[in-house]
Design a protein around this ligand. Structure first.
Ligand code: CTP
Ligand code: ZN
Length: 152
């Protein structure tokens, strides 16, 4: 790749979340709980040209790897994403995200009357459906605003 094509610098150690649907980069940061106050090096590319997607977003986080529950939630907003683990400037691991069948303990239910929002020791549980995630307890479907209901 020539220099003028390289929009965001390479990183030494960390995670590159690539092939994120255009417009979702800030939601990726929300899912990872990153707002800059952690002091991690973070680069964000938005609407970068991509062979596969036309336009894509990407997020590079230095010095941080992702938990499985973070990857599960990422897959809901960025189903085409690739998670690249970088060590000493080399990509040592590359994984496509896969949509889980269910997510537990990572999203809050948008329904204020849901048992999971009462003061009860109930873990949230959602089934992943084609257009979003459905609460096991009240059947409310959370669609576009998943990133606003992250609980991790
Ligand atoms: N990357 C990085 N820092 C590194 C190595 C890679 O930021 N030290 C980034 C690249 O810029 C790219 C992603 O990590 O966005 C994946 O790198 P690589 O596998 O080398 O690129 P591609 O082969 O283009 O990836 P893919 O086949 O997944 O599109
Ligand atoms: Zn609910």
């Amino acid at each position: 790749m020539s220099d003028h094509e390289l929009r965001v610098s390479k990183i030494r150690d960390g995670t590159v979340i690539d092939h994120v649907e255009g417009g979702q980069a800030l939601n990726v940061l929300a899912i990872l709980g990153i707002d800059g106050s952690e002091g991690l090096g973070v680069s964000v590319g938005m609407n970068v040209p991509s062979d596969r997607l036309g336009r894509k977003d990407l997020v590079k986080v230095e010095g941080r790897e992702l938990s499985q529950s973070e990857v599960d939630v990422l897959s809901l907003i960025a189903p085409e994403a690739t998670i690249n683990i970088v060590r000493e400037f080399e990509v040592v691991e590359k994984n496509r995200v896969t949509r889980p069948d269910r997510v537990a303990g990572v999203l809050s239910c948008p329904n204020r009357n849901c048992i999971t929002n009462a003061d009860e020791p109930v873990e949230t549980r959602f089934e992943v459906v084609s257009d979003g995630v459905r609460c096991d307890y009240c059947s409310t479907v959370l669609r576009s605003d998943i990133a606003d209901h992250i609980d991790v």
